[in-house]
Design a protein around this ligand. Structure first.
Ligand SMILES: [Zn+2]
Length: 84
């Protein structure tokens, strides 16, 4: 089963940060996609919904933020960035 990392757009610095969590998804995307693009606003797998509104740490400002926009939360296949 493919493994994914979760990245979020940061509303503190405008960058993107890894949430530091990984998950296995049977029907995940082939490349980096937002949660909205993958699930179209429908029901999320439990492991995705568990992290979707989890607070993230901004690595640049040191502040915590919560990204509630599912267009700004990304599933990134592990290994995908290494292929760029
Ligand atoms: Zn940030």
């Amino acid at each position: 089963m493919p493994q994914y990392s979760i990245y979020v757009s940061c509303n503190q610095c405008g960058g993107e940060h890894p949430m530091g969590v990984g998950m296995y998804l049977e029907h995940g995307p082939q490349d980096k996609k937002s949660i909205r693009d993958v699930y179209h606003g429908g029901a999320l797998p439990p492991q995705v919904s568990a992290i979707a509104d989890h607070p993230c740490l901004c690595l640049k400002t040191g502040k915590h933020f919560t990204q509630e926009d599912d267009n700004q939360v990304f599933l990134v296949p592990v290994g995908w960035t290494a292929l760029q």
